[in-house]
Design a protein. Structure first.
Length: 322
């Protein structure tokens, strides 16, 4: 039977629509990292991938090979998940799920590097993880204010994000410390997480629709500011991609019960964090090793399966510990 949840329960349980979005985001990231990025970096141009990139991704601002769309959807789902949870539950969930997954991914990546493989450790992979950690710190710190004035708490959170983005832009222009520039890039993803929080607050009746729309406009404006502050983001149209991701998220949020009950969606959504870290680490590395001796399609499929197996192993290990 499909899981149901009232809006007030949505912070403690996962709504069917959020599960569908999470599963779709993981698939988009797997496509982006393995089927799009790896062949492009290693001289294996695929006509179908290039055609989709030229005719769909670049004109619509969906991100190169749907990677940013998948990241944005996953960050909104993360914001929705942490919005209504008690501050200590948020911290416990972070320690129980995200931290072990990141530690395992770092350890496995180091072993693969020693073995001569090539895991993917780009900023596109690490920055969203840091953005979630930053968002959790802000949510936990602002929880007392959120209980009395939810819209003020979200607005303060967005103002802090704006300051961090501006500081990062200053560090980029003035040659300031790299840590400030990186902090600005991390904060630039914060509005996507805030949009997920706003969606939960509106559904839970904690925010009026008017407040939700207003905060949504502020978050989107911050995406535009972040896009202009970081030269490396120029040309990717991240604000447009973020708006499209928001539309998909809002459409899927109240729906998807039938799809969410299917086994593939349940598996993908429940293992989203392990899959997120192991697709670029294990899947990317295994693809690189196998592509030297087998057809690329087979290497990509085996790499995907290995990432799934690693994620399943980590998920079961975490379940036993919990």
């Amino acid at each position: 039977m499909a899981e149901t949840a009232t809006p007030v329960e949505a912070g403690g349980t996962t709504l069917p629509g959020v599960r569908v979005v999470t599963a779709a985001a993981v698939c988009l990231l797997a496509y982006s990292y393995l089927f799009g990025l790896w062949p492009s970096r290693h001289g294996y141009p695929a006509d179908a991938i290039v055609a989709v990139r030229s005719w769909v991704n670049q004109p619509t601002g969906l991100g190169e090979d749907f990677g940013f769309l998948g990241t944005a959807l996953l960050l909104m789902a993360a914001g929705h998940a942490i919005a209504g949870v008690d501050r200590w539950s948020v911290a416990a969930r972070l320690l129980r799920r995200v931290v072990p997954a990141v530690v395992c991914a770092v350890a496995v990546g180091a072993l693969l590097l020693l073995a001569g493989a090539e895991p993917l450790t780009d900023a596109a992979v690490t920055t969203p993880v840091a953005a979630v950690v930053l968002a959790v710190l802000l949510v936990v710190g602002l929880r007392p204010l959120e209980r009395s004035a939810p819209w003020v708490a979200v607005l303060v959170q967005l103002e802090i994000i704006c300051v961090l983005v501006m500081v990062g832009g200053w560090a980029t222009d003035a040659g300031g410390p790299d840590v400030l520039r990186l902090l600005g890039l991390v904060a630039g993803l914060g509005p996507l997480i805030a949009l997920g929080q706003v969606a939960w607050l509106v559904r839970a009746g904690r925010l009026t629709a008017a407040h939700g729309v207003g905060l949504g406009f502020v978050a989107v404006a911050l995406l535009v500011v972040a896009d202009r502050m970081a030269p490396e983001l120029a040309g990717y149209w991240h604000p447009l991609g973020g708006v499209l991701a928001l539309l998909v998220f809002l459409i899927a949020l109240p729906r998807g019960a039938a799809i969410a009950a299917t086994r593939p969606v349940r598996w993908l959504s429940s293992r989203a964090v392990p899959l997120y870290v192991f697709i670029p680490v294990v899947g990317y590395a295994v693809t690189g090793v196998l592509a030297q001796g087998v057809p690329l399609v087979l290497a990509l499929l085996v790499g995907t399966l290995c990432a799934g197996a690693a994620a399943e192993g980590l998920h079961r290990g975490l379940e036993k510990v919990a």
